[in-house]
Design a protein around this ligand. Structure first.
Ligand code: HEM
Ligand code: HEM
Length: 181
């Protein structure tokens, strides 16, 4: 099994990063939307703690993934008949990477500004990114919320495009992200 990407295929490391991050992001979005719509309770606070730990894990994975992407070939996109499709795909991928950084960083700023240091899986505590302050907390909360809605939209467009490649254009875009070849 090839670990690195080639001109035409995603290697195992890129695929692992892609699907692991996708899975964690789905869980984070579901947990985030759920916990902010419940009456506070000890269980909900536990969910907040888990959301923060997993969110910081995504930040860590996003850094590694970006390094791996820059150190690797990116396979040529398939089945792009019109020039705008290539720009659209690149823009959506780029914006998704931006969201993978903006979401955890705004969450971290929000917690720091609320005076609640971020503890990761009860293993270690992150340093505060900003001083406590209500204005900063509100701003970070707004950024976190609207970036989340943007990310949901991008994921829908992105997975819709992947399904379109598979079922309408009948090319190997989706299959090679799952199986490699
Ligand atoms: C990729 C990473 C992350 C994703 C996709 C994500 C997603 C979400 C979503 C969808 C919400 C609900 C937004 C709303 O409807 O108001 C939310 C809320 C929240 N998230 Fe995250 N999150 C991530 C990382 C983090 C991190 C790293 C932290 C803190 C260290 C964090 C702290 C919070 C907090 C405190 C709330 C509640 C905000 C409120 O009370 O309105 N999140 N998150
Ligand atoms: C069911 C959900 C998903 C499906 C079906 C899917 C499918 C795919 C496919 C087929 C590719 C390869 C595109 C190509 O070869 O040109 C790809 C690439 C990519 N996907 Fe997804 N994806 C999903 C979820 C996500 C999520 C949640 C994220 C991030 C938040 C994401 C971020 C990316 C990025 C950045 C790329 C570009 C390649 C890279 O740098 O790894 N995807 N996706």
């Amino acid at each position: 099994m090839a670990l690195k990407n080639t001109q035409s295929s995603y290697g195992a490391i890129s695929r692992l990063f892609h699907w692991l991050v996708a899975l964690l992001v789905f869980g984070l979005i579901a947990a985030g939307l759920y916990m902010t719509r419940q009456t506070p309770s000890p269980d909900i606070f536990k969910l907040y703690g888990l959301h923060k730990s997993v969110g910081i894990t995504v930040l860590f994975l996003a850094v590694l993934r970006l390094i791996w992407r820059l150190a690797n070939k990116t396979p040529k996109m398939l089945g792009l008949d019109r020039p705008w499709e290539k720009y659209a795909a690149h823009t959506v991928h780029g914006l998704m990477y931006l969201c993978l950084f903006l979401m955890p960083l705004s969450g971290w700023v929000m917690s720091s500004a609320a005076g609640i240091p971020v503890r990761v899986f009860d293993l270690f505590t992150l340093p505060d990114l900003v001083a406590a302050g209500n204005e900063t907390r509100k701003l970070a909360q707004t950024v976190h919320e609207y970036t989340a809605y943007t990310l949901i939209f991008l994921i829908l467009a992105h997975s819709g495009a992947a399904l379109m490649h598979h079922f309408v254009k009948k090319d190997r875009t989706l299959v090679r992200m799952i199986k490699g070849e």
